[in-house]
Design a protein around this ligand. Structure first.
Ligand SMILES: *Cc1c(COP(=O)(O)O)cnc(C)c1O
Length: 421
């Protein structure tokens, strides 16, 4: 489990300089890597046109939304507040599509602004129909199969509540009819970290759904493309996953005369390996023979929750005096700063309950710690404000070596500013 390529996106000297200037913990993004991933997504094989939507929950800061917007990506929002945030960031309403577990109370206002809604349940379809009789709507189906890195990221199949179960097509048709709605989009997203074979199978199942709805012009196959954060994980080659899907669309067109536009909605793929968390080793602990050596960081589940939530693996490297630390290694458990024994950055793969020591060069207090693969579901998904830690700052490293602060560290006063007594 040695270096993942993303370490090389950032020079040790540049990282040390930004850590010194902006303090730790700090999120660092590579603009170049974000652009490369966006361009790879835009090259997804397609037969009759492609829209790439950035699943903004992966990392929702304005600078990232705008960077992708500038490259021609659209937005997938998973909640009403995400739509508001994207609009506020300057994204055109027509480029935002909402597929959410909770249809926001103000969805009609958002639709009037121009956003697209995919009804993700029969109840959502009913509410949409009442608000916009005679309108156009998208349908999110649960195609009956799912795929995800684990049961927390799988969002298809019988154990998932996401989308309308594929066997309820008659109920869907009767709601469409009673509200004179036209279904123009079908959406399936089966999970994060999908197995490419399952993903392709679901693409075929999704086309079978499209057959039953004559006005569908767009088929959105969601996101879920795996990336390799550490060396023994396999990333997704979009060209490889996409080629058979393109062929399916072509065959579908021959059979039905319908040329469908493809939409994909990656989150992880676009940002995961474009970001890292920089933290400082602020203490250590040893627990004797048969115990462990712990390094305690000034970050934790407040910045990067994935290891303690999923047992996810992130590459970890130490820096000292402007250089990557090398030399004799020692097995370490990396502990976060929260008063929570589960706040561990080195769990066993896929099992957050188990500790798994990582061999790292012998470290000392004051060393910097680089936690790679932290661009997706870190800044946007954390146990925010636990132990009353403020949100960390975020910086963007540009290709020309310049650094842009894109989110300031949160002033502590903001933690209690809404308290009224
Ligand atoms: C989260 C989500 C995505 C993105 O998933 P990734 O695994 O990050 O690619 C895409 N579509 C929908 C509807 C989602 O909820």
């Amino acid at each position: 489990m040695e270096t993942s390529f993303q370490k090389n996106d950032f020079s040790a000297a540049a990282l040390t300089a930004v850590a010194n200037e902006y303090g730790t913990p700090l999120y660092v993004y590579s603009a170049q890597r974000l652009r490369e991933q966006a361009n790879a997504a835009l090259a997804f094989p397609n037969a009759f046109g492609l829209t790439v939507r950035y699943a903004m929950k992966a990392s929702p800061s304005r600078a990232i939304l705008r960077l992708f917007d500038g490259l021609g990506l659209h937005i997938d929002a998973s909640s009403g507040p995400e739509v508001r945030r994207a609009l506020k960031a300057g994204i055109a309403a027509e480029k935002i599509s909402l597929s959410s577990q909770e249809l926001p109370l103000d969805f009609a206002e958002l639709v009037q602004l121009g956003i697209k809604v995919n009804a993700c349940s029969l109840e959502q379809l009913r509410r949409f129909g009442e608000a916009f009789p005679g309108g156009e709507v998208g349908l999110r189906f649960n195609p009956g199969a799912g795929s995800g890195g684990n049961n927390r990221t799988n969002v298809g199949g019988p154990s998932s509540s996401f989308g309308i179960w594929h066997e309820f097509q008659d109920e869907v048709k009767s709601l469409l009819q009673s509200h004179r709605l036209t279904a123009v989009r079908i959406h399936t997203h089966i999970g994060s970290g999908s197995d490419p074979a399952v993903w392709q199978k679901v693409a075929g199942m999704s086309l079978d759904l499209v057959r039953n709805f004559p006005d569908i012009a767009h088929l959105n196959l969601g996101g879920g493309y795996k990336v390799a954060r550490v060396a023994d994980e396999n990333g997704t080659d979009l060209q490889v996953v996409g080629a058979p899907v393109k062929a399916l669309f072509e065959r579908f067109a021959e059979e039905t005369g319908r040329s469908l536009q493809l939409e994909i909605e990656p989150g992880t793929f676009l940002v995961a390996n474009a970001g890292a968390v920089l933290a400082r080793v602020q203490d250590s602990a040893a627990t004797g023979a048969g115990g462990y050596n712990f390094l305690k960081l000034d970050c934790g589940m407040t910045e990067i929750l994935r290891p303690s939530l999923y047992g996810s693996q992130h590459p970890i490297h130490l820096l000292r005096e402007g250089d990557w630390l090398k030399g004799n290694t020692k097995p370490y458990i990396i502990a976060g700063h929260c008063c929570e024994s589960g706040d561990i950055l080195t769990p066993a793969a896929g099992d957050p309950e188990l500790l798994q020591a990582r061999d790292l060069p012998q470290s000392q207090i004051g060393d910097l710690c680089f936690i790679g693969g932290s661009g997706a579901y870190c800044a946007g998904m954390a146990t925010k404000h636990y132990n009353s830690f403020p949100e960390a700052a975020e910086v963007m490293l540009e290709e020309d070596g310049s650094v842009r602060l894109i989110r300031r560290r949160q002033p502590l006063e903001q933690l209690w500013q809404n308290e009224v007594e």
